[in-house]
Design a protein around this ligand. Structure first.
Ligand SMILES: [Zn+2]
Length: 457
């Protein structure tokens, strides 16, 4: 693998001291960050196979999207202006029913394309449909690897919960699910930091106690993580309280499932006691502010969680409950939402938002040893932002410029494992027009095969 030096840029390191290096350089070799420092110093020390001049631009860690549903990218606009329970009926069910492997792959490619274009280099895909297509896992994993993006792949499933939104077609018998999980790990156990398999039980309400406990047992044995939706909406919260006497996160604590390797997705309806449990167990949280607004789910108590030192990462959620997979939209909306909700401009800052999108996102995915900051020895996952565009001019305070002024249009270059996946906004690992064409055709097939009538047409 060839070496690369990025020179003359402003390096937002996100290292422990949160250093910002003006006129800085990053030397990359063998897919790793070998050195970071002043341009003069590094150019004197190394001669690389290629150079990128980042004059006037920002070099920062690639963004970490801690929660997305790759299969939903072709489902944009399938159902709009509804709450979560109706969304399951109008979006989720037809999408899952109509989805062929070909459509799924078209959706994955579209989601990855959008992700790279918005500066994302690590994607945590929560894929309910994986367990429905055991015969196609090879093909799907191959497709993921070929994109060049770093993946955490959530192997999704559920064994109950039809009365609380679980689509009947996606509910399976508990033993069948457990066998499926064990089979996946026996076939794909040699996963690396480029693609790691996690367990993804649908929601707390969609799983029996046995399935949740078995999930925890297997995740511990395989030394991997669990991603699970919990506390997303008031109706789900109430359902859990009525059924088990406890809200979802408190219930996970009670049955011994809440732990350091658990990423709780949403955690909107989370009370003080549950925040305490999250902290005590070292569990992580994925914050999806746009999706929570889109479905009118509520506002997660993220400032309170950050005050407690709970690790929170940012996410888009699936495009069908966000509108797209643009992490720069999430960067901007996150602090604005908490400021207005708390009527306090300091309740969420640009600096805290940047942390959640990079190093804390990496920690939420148990990947902070490898990614999330520009530091010697870490994987070379970074992006270069064009800071010469009108929307970010003039740059007086870098975190503010990135969070409040920039958009994905500023993402010029994306690099994963030292490999340039996008330069001057042109993709190197995929043909953009082809991906868009295939996605359009897949969406048409789904609409036709399910006889779906889009609302508002
Ligand atoms: Zn989700």
């Amino acid at each position: 693998m060839s070496s690369l030096i990025i020179k003359n840029g402003t390096i937002i390191t996100m290292d422990e001291r949160r250093r910002i290096i003006s006129d800085g350089a990053v030397y990359i070799d063998k897919g790793l960050i070998m050195d970071v420092g002043g341009s003069g110093e590094l150019l004197g020390k190394y001669s690389a196979d290629s150079e990128i001049d980042a004059s006037g631009n920002v070099v920062m860690p690639g963004l970490v999207n801690t929660h997305i549903h790759l299969f939903q990218s072709i489902g944009k606009g399938l159902g709009t202006d509804v709450n979560l329970l109706n969304w399951f009926k109008t979006v989720w069910t037809p999408l899952v029913q109509g989805l062929s492997i070909r459509d799924y792959i078209a959706s994955i490619k579209l989601a990855v394309l959008s992700s790279i274009k918005s500066g994302v280099t690590t994607v945590a895909g929560y894929e309910h449909v994986l367990s429905l297509y055991p015969e196609a896992l090879n093909r799907i994993f191959k497709c993921l690897r070929e994109t060049g993006v770093r993946f955490i792949v959530g192997y999704g499933y559920q064994d109950s919960g039809v009365e609380i939104g679980a689509p009947e077609t996606a509910v399976r018998d508990t033993d069948e699910i457990i066998n499926g999980i064990e089979n996946v790990f026996s076939r794909f156990s040699k996963v690396d930091t480029n693609m790691k398999i996690w367990l993804a039980p649908g929601t707390v309400n969609w799983c029996t106690e046995r399935l949740l406990k078995e999930t925890k047992r297997i995740a511990d044995e395989e030394k991997t993580g669990i991603m699970i939706h919990a506390g997303e909406t008031l109706s789900e919260h109430k359902y859990s309280v009525e059924k088990r006497g406890l809200p979802e996160i408190a219930y996970m604590e009670k049955i011994g499932v809440l732990d350091r390797n658990v990423l709780v997705v949403h955690a909107v309806w989370t009370d003080e006691r549950e925040i305490e449990y999250l902290w005590k167990r070292g569990a992580k949280v994925s914050h999806n502010p746009i999706s929570n607004m889109y479905l009118s789910s509520g506002v997660a108590p993220i400032p309170e969680m950050l005050d407690k030192n709970i690790t929170v990462g940012l996410a888009t959620d699936g495009a069908a409950s966000n509108g797209n997979e643009d992490m720069f939209d999430v960067l901007r909306v996150t602090p604005l939402l908490h400021k207005v909700h708390n009527k306090n401009p300091a309740s969420m800052t640009a600096e805290k938002t940047l942390e959640m999108a990079t190093i804390k996102g990496a920690k939420a995915l148990m990947m902070d040893k490898y990614i999330g900051s520009i530091e010697k020895g870490k994987k070379a996952d970074l992006i270069i932002l064009n800071m010469k565009l009108p929307n970010v001019t003039p740059v007086i305070h870098y975190p503010s410029a990135i969070v409040y002024s920039a958009s994905s249009e500023n993402v010029d270059t994306a690099i994963v494992n030292g490999k340039v996946l996008m330069k001057e906004r042109k993709l190197t690992s995929m043909k953009e027009e082809k991906v868009l064409d295939e996605a359009r055709r897949a969406a048409e097939r789904i609409i036709k095969s399910t006889n779906y009538k889009p609302s508002g047409k």
